[in-house]
Design a protein around this ligand. Structure first.
Ligand SMILES: Cc1cc2nc3c(=O)[nH]c(=O)nc-3n(C[C@H](O)[C@H](O)[C@H](O)COP(=O)(O)O)c2cc1C
Length: 149
């Protein structure tokens, strides 16, 4: 099993409709290809963990890397793993509270609740990266709220 983790910048402001198209494509193709993971959107940035058979990751990485809806991809991890962090999610999609209006299929989460949404299988390294990404995209006042309470 292989796992990649990256963040990227959305080229345009993502409307709920645009987000739903991405999640539908991801869920459909990933279930066919035995790929799983999580995709988070906030502050015009994406964060994704994608895991599965090494050769399927190679194919999907090529597709995603050349997708013109985002750019500026920073890869945090590409390595072999023993266990999936998201075995039951063909692609779990979340977006940060306050980023887009309320009519997308992506559940809204905030900095304090993202941890509660991660499955128990999430490995510590993945958990840290998800939480760090949320820290970065959260408005300063929300970050402060977390620290003080
Ligand atoms: C941030 C981001 C994440 C994506 N993640 C996936 C994914 O996990 N699986 C997937 O099949 N497509 C994903 N896509 C879409 C692919 O780049 C590509 O457009 C899609 O696989 C094409 O599917 P289709 O030929 O079925 O329309 C993602 C796109 C973006 C912008």
């Amino acid at each position: 099993m292989r796992q990649i983790i990256y963040a990227s910048s959305a080229v345009d402001e993502m409307t709920p409709e645009k987000l739903d198209i991405i999640s539908q494509q991801a869920k459909r193709n990933n279930s066919i290809n035995n790929l799983t993971g999580i995709l988070i959107y906030g502050d015009q940035m994406f964060f994704q963990v994608l895991e599965g058979p090494p050769e399927k990751i190679t194919e999907m990485k090529d597709l995603i890397w050349s997708d013109e809806r985002h750019n500026g991809i920073s890869e945090f991890k590409d390595s072999l793993i023993h266990e999936r962090s998201f075995p039951d999610w063909s692609m779990g999609c979340y977006r940060l509270k306050t980023t887009v209006t309320n009519d997308s299929q992506w559940p809204i989460v905030d900095l304090n609740s993202i941890t509660d949404h991660l499955p128990p299988t999430t490995t510590p390294d993945v958990r840290v990266l998800v939480e760090t990404f949320f820290q970065i995209i959260s408005p300063r006042n929300l970050r402060h709220e977390k620290q003080s309470g």
